[in-house]
Write a protein that binds this ligand. Structure first.
Ligand code: NAD
Length: 250
């Protein structure tokens, strides 16, 4: 309770607050994270971008994994954590969300300022001609045929519009995320194991530039030592309690 009051007080004092979210904010919507003991990587190894480009077998494995993950995404709804952040943005108390997530749940909750560092699984794109389509029909096609789909325009390989391991981030999005992290005075890191770079460097950058750093994550992270406050509780419950206590009404 003391932690919750502290976050509410810092939120009220801050002029520029940024939230940074990882897979942990969406577990309460039923989407598994990657690194928890029951996470996705306890069951399958990720497909690297280089392998996707050069190996038909890797493309097949990629689409197999994505078609399973897509089932989790398709029915998922935003939870309290997503909703509180959207409400804070609407009330002018949060500049926006930088997310590692690809599930689109921040936007579904009503957040407008969302930087998707790792892209979105709601769409697929052609790696040759860059055309994009909604992902659903392509996943359905893969489930029915078990054949990794090709672009109907140029026959290039289709892949979700997400950043795979070994694939460069979108530089414009990264620049915007770096600027937001540099310019804030309160940085909330929510549900990220903070081990994937460069995304995990953002909380450290915010802290170096003088922001307060709050980490809410069930498990320890490598940045706990530099945080002003670490809360090892559920994100949804904690944010809801902060919202209820917030000194200026949300
Ligand atoms: P991660 O799986 O590495 O870490 C998630 C962290 O959240 C863990 O440390 C876990 O202890 C914590 N956590 C889980 N549920 C929580 C809860 N309810 N309350 C508090 N803490 C909770 O996730 P990551 O660091 O975001 O990195 C994995 C990468 O995988 C991301 O970059 C993302 O692109 C991708 N991913 C996205 C989704 C999604 O879009 N929902 C899901 C899985 C993976």
């Amino acid at each position: 309770m003391q932690d919750v009051s502290q976050i509410a007080a810092w939120l009220a004092e801050a002029t520029t607050t940024v939230a940074f979210t990882g897979a942990g904010i969406s577990t309460e919507s039923g989407i598994p994270d990657f690194r928890s003991p029951t996470g996705i990587w306890s069951q399958a190894q990720p497909v690297y971008f280089e392998d996707f480009l050069h190996s038909p077998a890797a493309r097949q494995e990629y689409w197999r994994q994505k078609s399973i993950a897509h089932r989790d995404f398709a029915g998922a709804q935003p939870n309290d954590g997503h909703r509180v952040l959207a409400a804070w943005e609407a009330a002018g108390r949060l500049c926006g969300v930088i997310t590692q997530n690809i599930d689109g749940l921040h936007q579904a909750a009503g957040s407008r300022q969302v930087l998707e560092l790792h892209g979105t699984a709601r769409e697929v794109s052609c790696l040759t001609c860059s055309r994009r389509w909604p992902a659903d029909p392509w996943v359905d096609q893969f489930v029915a045929t078990q054949v990794a789909p090709e672009c109907p325009e140029c026959r290039g390989p289709l892949k979700h519009a997400t950043i795979s391991f070994g694939q460069p981030l979108d530089e414009t999005v990264l620049e915007q995320a770096l600027a937001a992290s540099r310019d804030c005075d309160l940085f909330l890191a929510l549900g990220s194991s903070l081990v994937v770079h460069p995304a995990a460097g953002l909380p450290a950058l915010a802290k170096q530039q003088g922001a307060r750093l709050v980490i809410i994550n069930r498990e320890p992270t490598p940045l706990d030592g530099i945080a002003d406050l670490v809360v090892r509780e559920s994100i949804g419950q904690t944010l809801k309690q902060v919202a209820a206590l917030a000194i200026r009404p949300v």
